[in-house]
Design a protein around this ligand. Structure first.
Ligand code: GRF
Length: 202
């Protein structure tokens, strides 16, 4: 299966997906990395792995719609089966999502439906949570509210600040995302009627 990864920053999750895809038995290949930030560190990491990269800066387009049209045009040529958002910090419009319905996934650093949006780690600490974690979900029009495919929990320990918690969760994200992409690319899960439906093979 052909996968395009969208990033905005360091691309550590993208890198782990790329690493996983390099295994001969992995059912997907990353055919391109697209960033809305030309200076995203992840672009260099992708280039170093020989993955095609494209930077489409929002400021180069006079509207969100024009920016998305350019991304959709690029995707039409790349013909991905799936799109993985990985540290992509931009909300996609309903039109964009509908063009790839059930084929866009995202990793979010909280145990959804808790803490959608930003600053998830500080919010978890402020709420007195004893566990935190990350979620991979199908992307739907609402922010961070699509059907959940996989999750992983980590303990919050006394003395944790947002950075310590973020670091502990990122390590787990790096395992959860590749494992989830493998299941998606292998056809073990799909989105149907707005829900994640699992087909247990064998
Ligand atoms: C990660 O916490 C991820 O959950 C969120 O963006 C952060 C940075 O991701 N979406 P990356 O290092 O750019 O992959």
């Amino acid at each position: 299966k052909r996968v395009v990864v969208f990033i905005s920053g360091s691309g550590s999750n993208m890198e782990k997906l790329a690493e996983a895809c390099e295994a001969p038995d992995f059912p997907a290949e990353i055919v391109a990395v697209i960033s809305d930030k030309p200076d995203a560190g992840g672009l260099l990491k992708a280039k170093a792995r020989g993955i095609a990269t494209y930077a489409l800066a929002r400021k180069d387009y006079d509207s969100k719609q024009a920016h998305e049209a350019a991304m959709l045009g690029l995707l039409a040529d790349l013909a991905p089966d799936f799109i993985c958002l990985a540290g992509f910090m931009r909300l996609l419009s309903g039109d964009f999502i509908r063009a790839y319905a059930g084929r866009i996934i995202n990793i979010h650093p909280s145990l959804l439906p808790l803490f959608p949006g930003l600053d998830t780690h500080q919010r978890a600490l402020d709420a007195g949570m004893r566990i935190a974690g990350c979620s991979v979900h199908f992307v739907t029009e609402g922010m961070d509210e699509g059907p959940i495919i996989g999750q992983a929990a980590v303990p919050i320990v006394p003395g944790d600040d947002a950075d310590a918690l973020a670091e502990r969760i990122l390590t787990v994200e790096h395992r959860l995302y590749p494992a989830t992409l493998r299941r998606l690319a292998a056809g073990e899960v799909r989105m149907e009627n707005g829900r994640a439906v699992f087909t247990n093979r064998g």
